[in-house]
Design a protein around this ligand. Structure first.
Ligand SMILES: [Mn+2]
Length: 374
């Protein structure tokens, strides 16, 4: 330590000199000390006089008289118990620092539950589809026209969700729908799992998952300030057929005691929901063309199909918009949230990044839409 330890005698001597000479300047001169040196000994004397009896007892136990700045003291073995070392560390926070800390904490709002919004529109449901976020992807702006990395992706997700929520109606229910490829890589091999295409990744997979969970959690916090109920559904894509589970399980645990937030822990790759006379379906779209997905909806969810009049199917995967009426379903392929990577740029893909808030009325189907993008 840089500060030499002060003995009890030196501390007492400094106090005595101050009493005798009446000023710190005179006392320091008499003891041939700088004023700072004298003040250090006076502080040591104060700490000795005002010492907590428990601290004094523990110092007696290890055989020291003055509180050192920082020191290890050995307690010898006794009665068959092994010896151990104690770190003596003074806790001398000046009064003004304590005052400043108290003032800082006094102004801080405690963390509270998000209150249920008082006014929501019972017949409305707003879906926030987030397609192909590709968190963890790396794009170099000089090569692709736009930088992208994990931080940019997560900031974008929070910012765009905030804008969507602000402009959407105060619907009773919100669905945050990750339509697959929420993460760019499935593990640290940095290849697509099935085709082994090389991937440009920003960083460690651990960090990508951690930041993905935080960003989606932030999206939920935004949504539950406006909507009475929030449903979260995370679908797998071809880039993250396994790692999507980590995000899903983490969010399910995060909201396990929050009755207004329902994280769908569903092992299937299809999202299907009924809202009045509305049928909503979603799939990443990498395994079947939309026509087959529509047939599948009619076959597998025949009862829901029969009860509904307005039917919608969302897919993702190809990062550009396309839409068609297919046999009683309005199918829509969504733009991606991600920027283009080097592969997309070199293949002359030119789609713009976007997320949306799409609102459905129980009897009239889609009635409102917000688009947020670059
Ligand atoms: Mn995909």
């Amino acid at each position: 330590m840089g500060t030499p330890s002060i003995t009890l005698e030196q501390a007492k001597e400094a106090h005595k000199a101050l009493c005798q000479f009446g000023s710190q300047v005179a006392a320091a001169e008499a003891l041939n000390l700088s004023r700072g040196g004298l003040q250090g000994r006076l502080r040591a004397y104060e700490s000795f006089v005002n010492r907590d009896p428990a601290i004094q007892a523990s110092m007696d136990a290890v055989g020291t008289q003055m509180e050192p700045r920082l020191a290890w003291a050995k307690v010898p073995a006794k009665d068959g118990q092994p010896g151990y070392s104690v770190l003596l560390k003074p806790q001398d926070l000046p009064d003004d620092m304590l005052k400043r800390m108290r003032e800082a904490f006094e102004g801080m709002e405690p963390a509270t539950e998000v209150a249920t919004p008082q006014h929501t529109l019972d017949d409305l449901c707003t879906v926030y589809p987030i397609a192909d976020a590709h968190i963890g992807m790396m794009a170099w702006g000089r090569e692709t026209g736009e930088d992208y990395d994990t931080k940019i992706a997560c900031d974008r997700l929070r910012d765009w969700m905030g804008r969507c929520v602000a402009s959407a109606p105060a619907s009773d229910t919100a669905v945050i729908l990750d339509v697959g490829d929420g993460q760019h890589a499935d593990d640290q091999s940095n290849q697509t799992p099935r085709s082994h295409h090389q991937l440009d990744v920003d960083t460690r997979h651990f960090r990508t998952l951690d930041m993905s969970i935080e960003a989606l959690g932030a999206a939920v916090e935004l949504a539950r300030q406006k909507h009475r109920n929030v449903i979260i559904r995370i679908l797998p894509g071809n880039h993250n057929p396994t790692s999507y589970m980590a995000v899903m399980f983490a969010l399910a645990e995060r909201y396990r005691n929050e009755p207004r937030v329902n994280v769908e822990k569903d092992p299937g790759e299809f999202f299907m929901m009924e809202w009045g006379r509305v049928m909503l379906g979603a799939h990443h779209g990498h395994k079947a063309k939309p026509e087959r997905l529509v047939h599948f909806m009619a076959d597998q969810f025949a009862v829901m199909w029969g009860r509904t009049l307005h039917r919608y199917l969302y897919t993702a995967h190809e990062h550009h918009h396309r839409s068609a009426d297919i046999g009683g379903v309005l199918w829509e392929k969504l733009r991606a949230m991600t920027a283009r990577d080097a592969h997309a740029y070199s293949n002359a893909f030119s789609a713009r990044a976007q997320i949306q808030a799409i609102t459905y009325d129980k009897t009239r189907g889609e009635i409102h839409r917000v688009k947020v993008g670059l």
